[in-house]
Ligand binder design. Structure first.
Ligand SMILES: [Zn+2]
Length: 264
């Protein structure tokens, strides 16, 4: 069990991976020449992030946005708005390419480049979420070298824990608590096997999983993507879900940086 502030039984973070166009380009560089495909990511920057900021403000919540460096370069005004609203901005790669596929030199160059971009926009990133939730053999050492306080990438626990070496806190995630696993649909590659789920299914899963994690005294890190969760009917679901989570009265809703600092 983790001891949470104010007698809370568990912690919750609503996190947003602001991938925009880069998730498609990271998947296949040729996608950079497909404006129709990329417009799915543009929706996240153009429409969804403002709606999410409005929703968070209405709930009085400050939360965490993981942002690739290239997205911050393409949409600096959105990063400024996220920061101005008091949210945490954390590191999500420079490109949206898995560090597991990069050379050690390229991995460090990406890490540093995105840090420079985000700091240049006024952020102070202390957290890292890999674009693939995957690490190379170098990643943990690089996060330590560059002063990161936490990672949110592994699926091996329900509680925050310290990685070997004792400096880096892990805030565990899981596909179950990822909007993309339930809602993601892409016409590219003609992969029509993925269907679009109704939010009622996700509500059932997330509510029960959160209840279970809190019952075990853990932390429930929910991962969402503006281009996925930011459609009107899904935001209506998120609005209801946030209302329910806040009404419980037994969970500490905080940013990832706050949860990591407390766990340490
Ligand atoms: Zn991402």
């Amino acid at each position: 069990m983790t001891d949470w502030p104010n007698g809370a039984r568990g912690a919750v973070a609503f996190t947003f991976d602001f991938d925009a166009e880069e998730v498609w380009i990271g998947d296949d560089p040729d996608n950079a020449n497909l404006p129709g495909l990329l417009s799915q990511g543009t929706y996240g920057a153009k429409v969804a992030v403002p709606l999410i900021l409005e929703l968070l403000a209405r709930h009085g919540l400050r939360q965490t946005f993981f942002i690739p460096g290239r997205v911050a370069e393409r949409h600096p005004h959105r990063v400024a708005e996220i920061l101005a609203a008091g949210h945490e901005v954390a590191h999500h790669g420079y490109t949206h390419i898995s560090p597991a596929t990069l050379s050690p030199a390229d991995e460090e160059a990406e890490l540093v480049r995105a840090l420079d971009v985000l700091r240049g926009l006024g952020a102070d990133p202390v957290g890292y979420r890999s674009p693939s939730w995957e690490f190379s053999p170098e990643t943990i050492g690089l996060l330590g070298k560059h002063g990161f306080a936490y990672s949110s990438n592994y699926m091996d626990d329900l509680h925050p824990y310290l990685h070997p070496g004792g400096e880096l806190v892990e805030l565990p995630i899981q596909w179950i608590l990822d909007d993309a696993a339930h809602f993601w649909f892409s016409g590219s590659g003609m992969d029509w096997t993925r269907t679009i789920s109704p939010p009622s299914h996700v509500h059932e899963i997330w509510s029960a999983e959160l209840d279970g994690i809190v019952g075990l005294g853990g932390c429930c890190i929910i991962t969402m993507h503006p281009q996925v969760i930011g459609r009107p009917h899904r935001l209506a679901f998120l609005d209801r879900f946030m209302t329910e989570v806040r009404a419980r009265g037994d969970v500490w809703i905080a940013t990832c940086a706050e949860i990591a600092a407390h766990a340490r």
